[in-house]
Design a protein around this ligand. Structure first.
Ligand code: DC
Length: 257
């Protein structure tokens, strides 16, 4: 499936023409990194962005912010599917340019909901368990589409998510699709969260990741799928630095005119 074809099917009413244009022979300014849960997209995107001094956009945090706002607002989950894009916009999501999270880190965008920073609540179990439900709602995706494009157009971006290369930035200068074995993704998740890498934890984490993969790939609107023009990078046997270096190499290769 061609990248922008996926977009048009998913958003019949959205203005998909208004995307940043691909320029001739310049280093990549919009880099789209997609892949399944736990493939290391966000950490990789952050490191690539820091090297290139481009802002980092973690698009998953937007879907998490919508989920958080709906839960905070007491909107019953059974009613989420009936939301329209205006109601989602009324939640007051904004992406603000913020200072780096750590010294030497990339500039980034911080999500605000109605003037508030949800902070660590975005990663809470309560939000994580419901975010794929919110992310499957067409109105939510339509509302977030323009927000992401408007933000990136001004600055360039390294964006990670599930539909960066297929829907949000079909003309991205570089598209990467990151994959790794489920067992390896589960192991990385446990290490990242400082949990014991025991067989039982591995099995549980793997089952959770695979369930999320199924929901993200199986939904009708903007499912997780590799764009035809994305570079597939299997990081199972790679260490973190190698995968970052490989993406930087691709990003620095002059683009075809
Ligand atoms: O990357 P993450 O775990 O923070 O993503 C949270 C959820 O949001 C995940 O279930 C998939 C969804 N998501 C999406 O549908 N599209 C994106 N561009 C990013 C995330």
């Amino acid at each position: 499936m061609k990248g922008d074809a996926a977009g048009r099917d998913a958003y019949p009413h959205a203005d998909l023409g208004a995307v940043p244009a691909r320029g001739p022979r310049r280093p990549a300014r919009i880099i789209a990194i997609d892949g399944p849960a736990g493939s290391g997209k966000s950490t990789t995107a952050r490191a690539v962005a820091a090297e290139l001094q481009l802002p980092h956009l973690d698009s998953g945090s937007l879907y998490r912010a919508v989920t958080w706002a709906l839960l905070q607002g007491g909107v019953p989950e059974a009613e989420w599917a009936n939301l329209d894009p205006e109601e989602v916009r009324a939640l007051g999501l904004r992406l603000d340019p913020a200072s780096p999270q750590e010294p030497g880190g990339p500039p980034r965008f911080r999500v605000e909901v109605d003037g508030r920073d949800p902070g660590e609540a975005l990663r809470s179990v309560r939000v994580t368990q419901r975010v794929s439900t919110a992310a499957a709602i067409p109105a939510v995706r339509t509302a977030l589409l323009q927000l992401q494009r408007d933000t990136a157009r001004r600055t360039g971006v390294v964006a990670d998510g599930r539909d960066m290369g297929t829907v949000v930035f079909p003309d991205a200068d570089l598209k990467i699709f990151l994959v790794a074995d489920p067992e390896e993704r589960a192991r990385r998740r446990l290490l990242q969260e400082g949990r014991e890498v025991s067989p039982i934890n591995l099995a549980r984490e793997r089952a959770l990741l695979e369930a999320r993969d199924r929901r993200d790939s199986g939904r009708e609107t903007a499912p997780l799928v590799q764009a035809t023009d994305a570079v597939r990078l299997d990081t199972t046997g790679m260490d973190f630095r190698e995968q970052v270096e490989e993406i930087l190499r691709l990003a620095r290769t002059p683009l075809d005119p």
